[in-house]
Design a protein around this ligand. Structure first.
Ligand code: GDD
Length: 410
């Protein structure tokens, strides 16, 4: 049997995701109309003999209760949310719940970061992992040399795929192969994590006894003994010891730390729906439906006027109303939004219950990595008729009656 664990983090981790994380935990923010965490969860469906899926985080249980029960029913696999009382780090969080995770005596444990967007080739990873025979296999991808330092950089043996060297977000270039935040382990991983924690306890005791600080020159000196990071504390020291191997994906992969990236990842997941869930894509045929171009998701409860033109890369959430002649391109429209007649929305995220007036424009350049590269309206923002909002971020509950450009409206 196999279990899957998805690390969802907690409220302090999503600060770069503001203002969108102000009223919803980042893992539940919709990409292609489904909560972010839904994409790795549904990828787990392809794992043979999957017994359970655990979400581990330090958000309040209540925030996940509804989602967890509905997805369990839908997948017919138990999905449980396990709450940490405080952050224990990516490996410490796993270790904290080892008894529950080992309940079904799984032979393998998948561990997935919830804030990555990829095709999650999990069965392929499992197969390679069995062949390698190590303690763990890491999903890796080749990225540009300039962007590699935002991630864990690693070197693998080209013949055996063994992990030879690992450095987390290094200052000087190591490799353009990076850690995708998707792993498979044998239960031996718990022994490895325990080893780090014990070693740290011993050192702390030694320091107390000898007040000899120079014994420990690592950056982990001031970390609590139960805080263990998978990357720095496990992968780095165990690289080159025939314990970890790599599986390289040739498919898409992105990390979702900012609202701009959520718009890009929404596009990637919509494109994937063509193969995995074509029923979720709006087709635009039939005389009464709006003109659809490219990949578009429209929630069944949304009302879109037949003269509106939608797409590509648009997702429209529950109860949104899109008026006559409106034009939507590359945007995420959240629940209960109203877009009035002839309004235009391009490269933008429109927050819950917001409204956009007649002939208004909410738009941006569409540079996903720039701070103001997409326009974001927080919850309940009202853009009045004929107002133009360009490359701006508007915090919740604001009313805009004049046009703005390149502004953050607090
Ligand atoms: N439950 C829980 N508890 N989750 C946590 C904790 C914790 O204490 N700390 C982090 N996480 C979750 C985050 O929500 C995220 O999904 C994942 O674990 C990794 O977060 P970080 O440890 O902050 O690392 P990162 O995202 O900056 O980088 C990691 O992922 C990259 C791929 O996206 C590293 O492993 C990089 O090497 C890797 O390239």
């Amino acid at each position: 049997r196999v279990v899957a664990v998805i690390m969802v983090g907690g409220p302090t981790k999503g600060t770069r995701f503001r203002p969108l994380s102000l009223n919803i935990p980042k893992p539940l923010f919709p990409l292609a109309g489904q909560p972010m965490v839904h994409h790795p969860i549904s990828a787990c469906k392809k794992i043979p003999n999957l017994a359970q899926i655990f979400l581990i985080g330090f958000y309040d249980e209540r925030e996940f209760a509804l989602y967890v029960s509905s997805i369990s029913n839908e997948l017919r696999v138990p999905v449980r949310y396990l709450r940490e009382d405080k952050p224990h780090g990516s490996a410490g969080g796993l270790y904290n719940f080892r008894d529950l995770i080992m309940e079904d005596s799984p032979s393998h444990i998948f561990l997935l970061n919830c804030d990555v967007c990829c095709s999650f080739p999990l069965p392929e990873m499992l197969e390679s992992h069995r062949r390698y025979g190590g303690m763990g296999t890491i999903l890796v991808i080749k990225v540009s040399a300039e962007s590699a330092n935002q991630f864990g950089e690693l070197v693998a043996d080209p013949a055996t795929n063994e992990l030879l060297h690992y450095t987390e977000k290094p200052e000087t270039f190591v490799s353009d192969r990076i850690n995708c935040g998707v792993y498979i382990f044998t239960p031996d991983i718990f022994t490895a994590i325990q080893g780090v924690s014990t070693q740290r306890k011993d050192r702390a005791n030694l320091r107390r006894l000898s007040s000899f600080d120079a014994l420990d020159s690592t950056t982990s000196r001031n970390l609590p003994t139960d805080f263990v990071r998978l990357d720095q504390d496990i992968l780095s020291p165990l690289a080159g010891k025939k314990q970890f191997y790599t599986y390289e994906t040739m498919d898409f992969w992105e990390q979702i730390k900012t609202p701009g990236m959520s718009l890009k990842c929404s596009a990637l997941y919509l494109a994937q729906f063509r193969f995995t869930s074509p029923n979720l894509l709006a087709s635009g045929d039939g005389t009464k439906s709006a003109a659809i171009s490219g990949d578009v998701y429209i929630h069944p409860s949304a009302k879109v006027h037949p003269t509106a033109k939608i797409g590509p890369n648009v997702s429209i959430s529950a109860n949104a109303r899109i008026g006559a002649g409106a034009r939507l391109i590359s945007c995420i429209i959240l629940d209960d939004v109203e877009i009035k007649e002839n309004a235009v929305v391009i490269h933008a995220i429109v927050g819950w219950k917001s409204s956009i007036g007649r002939w208004s424009r909410v738009q941006a350049s569409g540079d996903y990595n720039a701070k103001l590269g997409i326009t974001i309206l927080g919850e309940a923002v009202s853009v009045e008729d004929e107002v133009v909002v360009v490359n701006s971020i508007v915090l919740p509950n604001k009313t805009l009656n004049v046009s703005v450009q390149e502004e953050i409206i607090l």
